[in-house]
Design a protein around this ligand. Structure first.
Ligand code: MSP
Length: 658
């Protein structure tokens, strides 16, 4: 039975269009999956989308669609992009898939039942407009990192995962398995920056938004991101379902390929969860670097998002895949520039590889009418070429096993360049002039075709399309001489080959002209996408305007209990810039209500005021204080506030409003 190889990409947030940086991660993973398939492994390659969370909920709301409708549309685009990049995934998981949801609920319940998840309170910096909590380190200048507004210290009931319990076992595992976190530098970072200083338990549920997997035994809560997202690697295999045969077959994963910023989640939280579930740990987490533009991370706000589909349409999928893995050492950050891309296409693909193929095919055509004779005579230059081929084929395996894509491509290009040198050494055009040298000429061209055959096999994991074009031109259709192992056997090509001249595989590009055109085209594409986005935003705003105030029945309104109240006492909440704590007399009772009006009203303004109170809200705790209801406040478009009141200042509190 073939050995299995289970490899995964992170599951992507469908909150936006994926860019060239996301494609980098997936192309690398795909290259590894293709390589292992060629080596005869039974490969399972998983990718997908991480669809829950407040951000998605908010975007969908703003667009006037349900979160599911929103993600469905984006996911279709993600799949489309992977198609354009020839990503050969075996399964695409969506965290909204029923099987995933059911399995995550089981996992959460099991961890709760066995005491690894417990209920407590989460304390953090809360931004009211964004409805989000942030940690000290996430704040920017003490303000909300998303909207830049003031935040305040709040508490929320949450479930926690006992991450701290697994700290020692994790350290031991990492120390005993140096291959677990790769590259090595990331392993040191995990140990020194996170594990050794000590782990805190992890908040794994939320009550402030709804778009997530419900906790089955406490319906106020939804499972918060990482338990949901990380579990995908096993739920995809049927873990926790009636059919876990794939789980039995493929788990533990051979490698989770992830970007450097999420290594921590994959090499600390995920293994701890697996330890708690009593499951084996993945064999490796590989943290690659980032593709950066002009020295900075790719981001929509910087306006430097490069659309991979645009590039694929313009240069072809193989050129883009080659560039990504050749230019940026896997594991390190690397810069993306249009110049570097065109330079690589011209020098490596058009000059080195493309030229070698067209020269060889052209000479077989010219000197032998397209059919290479079997009668050959060796030359003194042959040994060096065959030795290079032998060493390159051996090294490529070693390098790819370690996911050193850049080095593997550099090796393959050593053979390509050696073959080009062989052309200069053997000088076929001179041999062709002398009838007595025909066997030497045939030998030189055979060796070149053979070197190309080997190269075409080795580039397959990186470039899914070009090898076939090369085989067509060289007239190779015997699969036995195209297997991965056959690259190691020099002379596998049949003695007689019949070539078929074809188009240039990688046309040369006029750098200056192209750069100018490219810049203009990219701007146009970006403008089109901005226009589209604006159009979509306008449309959704219209939709929203239509739908923003849905009609309700009088029965719905009857459920709302509004009463007149008098503010009898009011003070600022300690430690909060926003909250006022008011005691409000409503008929016979006095209620405490917290409201975020401190930027506009002082406690003195409030005392004595007649207010309108929504009284039938469930009590809520903020910063350790209970709030029982809500004071109605009007807000204009500039953020000015005005307390809603009744027009008779002596009107009795406790009066109901209908
Ligand atoms: N949803 C989480 C992953 C959960 S996995 C259980 C997530 N999604 S993401 O869409 O933000 O990022 C997915 C991957 O894309 C990450 O590995 C991230 O590093 C990678 N990249 C995003 N931008 C990138 C670059 N500019 N360059 C390289 N990779 C980058 O994180």
């Amino acid at each position: 039975m073939a050995k299995t190889f289970y490899i995964t990409t992170p599951i992507y947030y469908p909150s936006d269009k994926l860019h060239i940086g996301h494609s980098y991660c997936t192309v690398a993973t795909d290259t590894m999956a293709r390589y292992k398939r060629l080596r005869g492994y039974d490969v399972k390659f998983l990718t997908g989308t991480d669809e829950h969370g407040q951000k998605i909920e908010r975007i969908a709301n703003a667009q006037g669609v349900t979160p599911k409708e929103y993600v469905d549309k984006i996911v279709a685009g993600v799949k489309d992009l992977w198609k354009a990049l020839d990503i050969s995934y075996d399964q695409f998981i969506r965290t909204t898939d029923d099987y995933h949801v059911a399995s995550v609920q089981k996992i959460f319940k099991q961890l709760y039942d066995q005491g690894d998840i417990y209920k407590s309170e989460y304390e953090g910096w809360y931004c009211t407009p964004c409805e989000s909590f942030y940690t000290d380190t996430q704040l920017v200048d003490g303000k909300c990192p998303d909207c830049g507004r003031e935040v305040e210290r709040l508490k929320e009931e949450s479930y926690f995962f006992r991450l701290s319990k697994y700290q020692d076992r994790l350290i031991k595992h990492i120390e005993e398995h140096p291959e677990f976190i790769q590259p090595q530098s990331r392993q040191n970072e995990m140990l020194n920056n996170f594990l050794r200083p000590g782990l805190e338990d992890l908040c794994v549920s939320r009550t402030t938004f709804k778009w997530g997997i419900p906790v089955t035994f406490d319906d106020k809560h939804i499972v918060y991101v990482w338990v949901d997202a990380l579990s995908n690697y096993i739920t995809a295999l049927g873990y926790g379902s009636d059919d876990d045969s794939q789980f039995k077959k493929y788990w533990p994963a051979d490698v989770h390929v992830v970007g450097k910023e999420i290594v921590r989640f994959h090499s600390i939280i995920w293994p701890a969860m697996l330890m708690a579930l009593n499951l084996p740990l993945p064999k490796q987490v590989f943290g690659h670097g980032w593709l950066i533009i002009d020295g900075g991370k790719i981001s929509k706000s910087k306006g430097n998002v490069v659309d991979p589909k645009f590039l694929v349409d313009r240069y072809g999928v193989d050129a883009i895949r080659y560039f990504l893995l050749r230019e940026i050492a896997f594991g390190q950050d690397g810069n993306f520039t249009n110049e570097a891309l065109i330079q690589r296409i011209n020098s490596d693909l058009a000059n080195d590889l493309g030229n070698l193929v067209s020269r060889t095919v052209g000479m077989i055509d010219k000197y032998f009418g397209g059919k290479l004779p079997a009668d050959r005579e060796a030359t003194e230059f042959d040994a060096s070429l065959t030795e290079t081929a032998a060493s390159v084929t051996a090294k490529v395996d070693e390098l790819l096993d370690k996911m050193l894509f850049t080095d593997a491509l550099t090796e393959i290009w050593t053979l390509i360049r050696r073959a080009n040198k062989y052309v200069d050494e053997t000088q076929p055009w001179i041999l062709a002039k002398d009838e007595t040298q025909k066997a030497k000429l045939a030998n030189a061209l055979y060796n070149l075709a053979e070197a190309i055959r080997i190269v075409s096999i080795l580039i397959q994991p990186f470039m899914p399309r070009s090898p076939k074009k090369i085989w067509e031109q060289l007239g190779i259709n015997d699969e036995a001489v195209l297997t991965w192992d056959s690259a190691k056997v020099w002379g596998s090509l049949p003695a007689e080959i019949v070539i078929k001249k074809g188009d240039v595989i990688f046309p040369r590009i006029d750098m200056k002209k192209e750069l100018a055109e490219l810049e203009a085209a990219m701007k146009e594409a970006q403008a089109a996408s901005v226009t589209n986005q604006m159009k979509a935003a306008e449309e959704s705003a219209e939709e929203l305007a239509k739908e923003a105030v849905p009609e309700i029945s009088i029965d719905d309104f009857d459920k709302v209990c509004l009463k007149v109240g008098t503010v009898v006492a009011c003070e600022k909440m300690k430690g909060s810039k926003k909250l006022l704590k008011s005691q409000i007399k409503i008929g016979n009772e006095t209620r405490q209500i917290l409201s975020g009006i401190a930027p506009k009203y002082t406690p003195e303004d409030m005392v004595g005021k007649k207010v309108v109170v929504l009284t039938n809200l469930p009590p809520r705790k903020m910063m350790g204080e209970e709030s029982n209801g809500m004071i109605l406040v009007a807000e204009d478009e500039n953020g000015e506030l005005s307390i809603v009141s009744v027009d008779k200042s002596d009107f009795a509190d406790g009066s109901s409003i209908s």
